[in-house]
Design a protein around this ligand. Structure first.
Ligand code: ADP
Ligand code: MG
Length: 247
């Protein structure tokens, strides 16, 4: 891994829904292996930013590069490549209910990468082991707890061997006692050098695991810095207020 390589490059990204400008010129560079927490009030544009990075949302202006490749919505081949490079996990686990855990994980590699049969199965089992669910290969999603389903969703995203993983409040829908098991998996990915961008309300986790914290406010990167700076020495009234609100 080249620690200096910039994996995600965002320059002056602007995104509107109708007349509502939601991202007002975002600049952000993410290095390979970096773990970044994105925090901020509801409506500040956090999800929209992640959705732009993985190509789910088009944007009006600015540039976005992943792994050196420009994101061009009018080029289907580029967008297909991008979706393989960028994994995303959501608050709702979105497992396919009619497929077993193993098949959920094998689906995308089988369809997209044409990895099928034994190699896909071997990979799926290894990924399940990695998220601590080796014995659940034949289980159905509804037989699992929310925390287990979210860990399967992580395994499923990893099956495409993404260069960067985007996590949008992936523990927010979980009962409190299930949050830790999911965060432990994320922490292990961080330890292994995965590049991670995660929207989270888990401030203790952000403090412990993340390299940098981005505070978004009204569609802008309002503050950015090391967790210690951002959490103990916020510079703006908006961040002070936000931290006061939630601690
Ligand atoms: P956050 O994740 O920080 O809560 P979002 O990125 O979800 O914020 O939303 C930012 C703003 O964009 C909000 O005002 C929201 O209403 C608006 N928005 C998000 N998605 C859409 C959409 N698909 N259509 C119209 N407006 C949207
Ligand atoms: Mg959101």
């Amino acid at each position: 891994m080249n620690a200096e390589k910039t994996l995600v490059e965002i320059n002056q990204l602007r995104k509107s829904f109708g007349s509502n400008e939601v991202l007002k010129g975002i600049d952000l560079d993410v290095k390979a292996g970096e773990v970044i927490a994105i925090i901020g009030k509801s409506g500040s544009g956090k999800s929209t930013l992640l959705r732009c990075i993985n190509g789910l949302e088009e944007f009006q202006s600015g540039t976005l590069r992943v792994d050196g490749k420009h994101l061009l919505h009018d080029n289907p081949q580029v967008m297909r490549d991008l979706r393989q490079r960028v994994g995303m996990i959501f608050q709702s686990f979105n497992l396919f209910p009619h497929l077993t855990v193993g098949k959920n994980i094998m689906l995308a590699p089988t369809l997209v990468k044409k990895t099928s049969g034994a190699p896909a199965e071997t990979q799926a089992k290894a990924l399940l082991q990695r998220v601590g669910l080796a014995e659940k290969f034949e289980s159905w999603p509804d037989q699992l707890s929310g925390g287990q389903q979210q860990r399967v969703a992580i395994a499923r995203a990893l099956a495409m061997q993404p260069s960067v993983l985007l996590c949008d409040e992936i523990t927010s829908a979980l009962d409190p006692e299930l949050v830790g098991e999911v965060l432990r998996v994320v922490e292990s990915l961080a330890d292994e050098g995965m590049t991670l961008l995660m929207v989270t309300h888990e401030m203790n986790f952000a403090r412990k695991v993340c390299d940098r914290v981005v505070f978004m406010h009204q569609g802008r990167v309002h503050e950015i810095g090391a967790p210690d700076e951002v959490f103990t020495n916020p510079q703006t009234p908006e961040l002070k207020q936000f931290l006061g609100m939630i601690q």
